[in-house]
Design a binder for this molecule. Structure first.
Ligand code: SF4
Ligand code: SF4
Length: 287
């Protein structure tokens, strides 16, 4: 079973819940947790995992041959990313961090001055839990993608991380994917082909607004969805209950705002909570 843990809004506790759920599920199942928040992956910090690089993620970067260049400027005209700086009668300059590797400039160049090169835009890592606070054995592997500093092709790194994970799913009972916040391309890439999405929301007006957005996206993607309310005992739970009813998406669990959860989170210790245990039980029954 593939489950995405998502949520329209940043800071809702998505990663806290994803890591806690992965830990609970991995006491009885082989679990692959994928942190697809490639701009800011933090599951490995929360779980204090080992860190092993398993590969780089590459993208096309045009390679420039000055001798062949006609200084026509067509490469700059076709570049939608504004990655080619061109000044009349000068040679073009490619801003590599801004290039998304679409290859349009290479196809357009009339003289063959641009050819296909490569740049590293990110990397994929894996890690095992080495938490001294865990009392049980956990069969949990964490995979995560990390962007190269300054690069912007986040979707490519998410896709490469997902692809790497997909090739290993046969070894696992369950794959959890912790997405980035929001409803942008990275989030969509992370949730393609999942069996279930858990939308984590907090009971605030902004939480309601962003939950509505992610539910709209999941409806378009035709992904079965359930809501988890985090910090459910502060704010206005009614706000999330209304969205749940209006969209016919059930609230599957509520996680209260507790000092112990905060303490564990701030100390880099995994959160173990009876409500997450219950959630893991319900999900295990379904899978
Ligand atoms: S490969 Fe695409 S994004 Fe990169 S410089 Fe060429 S046109 Fe621009
Ligand atoms: S399209 Fe080719 S020939 Fe024209 S300026 Fe760009 S690199 Fe030079």
């Amino acid at each position: 079973m593939k489950i995405a843990i998502t949520g329209g809004k940043g800071g809702t506790g998505k990663s806290t819940i994803a890591t806690a759920l992965a830990l609970e599920l991995s006491t009885d199942n082989k679990v692959l947790l994928v942190d697809a928040d490639v701009e800011c992956p933090d599951d490995h910090i929360i779980l204090s995992t080992t860190r092993e690089k398993v590969g780089d993620v590459h993208a096309i970067l045009p390679s420039f041959d000055q001798e062949k260049c006609l200084k026509c400027g067509r490469c700059s005209e076709v570049c939608k990313e504004n990655a080619v700086v061109f000044i009349k009668d000068k040679y073009p300059f490619i801003v590599s961090k801004q290039c998304n590797g679409c290859g349009a400039c290479i196809l357009t160049c009339p003289s063959g001055a641009l050819t296909e090169g490569q740049q590293v835009i990110g990397a994929i890592y894996q890690g095992k839990c080495q938490q001294p606070y865990l009392k049980q054995e956990h069969d949990l592997l964490l995979l995560w993608g990390e962007m190269e500093v300054g690069c912007e092709n986040t979707s490519m790194v998410v896709n490469a991380t997902r692809e790497y994970a997909e090739n290993r799913t046969s070894d696992y009972d369950c794959m959890l994917i912790d997405t980035a916040a929001g409803t942008h391309c990275n989030v969509i890439s992370a949730m393609v082909d999942v069996d279930l999405a858990l939308a984590v929301a907090e009971p605030t007006p902004l939480g309601r607004h962003d939950l509505e957005l992610i539910l709209q996206l999941l409806k378009i993607m035709k992904v079965s969805t359930k809501i988890i309310v985090n910090r459910s005992d502060i704010g206005e739970l009614k706000l999330i209950e209304e969205v749940s009813q209006e969209n016919d998406v059930p609230i599957i669990q509520k996680v209260p705002y507790e000092r112990d959860i905060l303490k564990k989170h701030s100390r880099g210790q995994p959160v173990i909570h009876k409500n997450i245990e219950e959630l893991a039980y319900v999900l295990s029954e379904k899978s």
